[in-house]
Design a protein around this ligand. Structure first.
Ligand SMILES: Nc1nc2c(ncn2[C@@H]2O[C@H](COP(=O)(O)OP(=O)(O)OP(=O)(O)O)[C@@H](O)[C@H]2O)c(=O)[nH]1
Length: 260
């Protein structure tokens, strides 16, 4: 994504829906609509396509066995776009902050236990005014990464409201993970690790701290989600049960210090 936002499907091989006007789903804005407000992509089956039994070809030319939709949600500025760019391109978007307009997605294929898993990752706008746009996308999500910023207490306090929203709009079986981002900013930290852990425990959600800037635990978080989704959809009889809660314990601990 260019210094970001609203470049819908850029790098993600967005497949425009035939029902949409030509400007939509192509990375360009329709004249009358806010950029990125209605990105479209192929619908993915609830089981990730496990029943198909043969690989599919992604728009970037990579074969994959399973495909899942993952959404990044959380307050504006917590680092959703940066986390996606770090995971997809291994880079960090430094510089002035430009808020996402609407919604955008990018694809990445991971190999999980020998199975090619395509994650179609949706980056949503955290700003309140785009909520009605993003609500429409929850329904098809297989997994949600819910972010707060460890240097912004309000973003942590709002997690409860996000969970209520998720409960209302997402499927009951959605895989959910809580991420405390920007852990590299040790001197500015105002949300203690223990507070994140406590909240996650309260809601029975796996938890990690990440840094899109340094890359800390970013790959691990997405891999954990991919493993969980793959495991759920394939349910191989002799495969040991994958436990997402245990897997996140592989997390590398960042700074635990606090400004306040
Ligand atoms: N230090 C540090 N800064 C970060 C990190 N992740 C993001 N940022 C910065 O935080 C600001 C917001 O990041 P974004 O990724 O644009 O936030 P967002 O959640 O996508 O925001 P919206 O699009 O408004 O919902 C930018 O200035 C980033 O450079 C991180 O891990 N560490």
């Amino acid at each position: 994504m260019s210094r970001k936002k609203a470049a819908r499907g850029k790098g993600g091989g967005a497949a425009p829906s035939a029902a949409l006007p030509p400007a939509q789903g192509t990375g360009r804005a329709a004249a009358a609509a806010p950029r990125g407000s209605s990105a479209t992509a192929p619908e993915l089956p609830r089981n990730g396509g496990a029943a198909a039994g043969r690989p599919s070809l992604s728009s970037s030319g990579e074969f994959y066995d399973l495909a899942f939709k993952v959404m990044l949600v959380g307050d504006s500025g917590v680092g959703k776009t940066c986390l996606l760019v770090r995971f997809k391109d291994g880079a960090f978007l430094a510089g002035s902050f430009i808020s996402t307009v609407g919604i955008d997605f990018r694809n990445k294929v991971l190999t999980v236990d020998g199975v090619k898993v395509k994650l179609q990752i949706w980056d949503t706008a955290g700003q309140e005014r785009f909520r009605s746009v993003t609500h429409a996308y929850y329904r098809d999500a297989h997994a949600l990464l819910l972010l707060y910023d460890v240097t912004n207490k309000a973003s942590f306090d709002n997690i409860q409201a996000w969970l209520t929203e998720i409960h209302e709009y997402a499927q009951q079986d959605v895989v959910l993970m809580l991420l405390g981002n920007k852990v590299d900013s040790a001197q500015d930290r105002v949300v203690k690790r223990e507070d994140g852990e406590k909240l996650a425990k309260e809601y029975g959600v796996p938890f990690m701290e990440t840094s899109a800037k340094s890359g800390l635990n970013v790959e691990l978080a997405f891999t954990a989600i991919a493993k969980e989704l793959k495991h759920r959809s394939m349910k191989l009889p002799n495969e040991p049960k994958f436990k997402l809660h245990d897997y996140v314990k592989k997390e590398v601990r960042g700074s635990g210090c606090c400004r306040s």
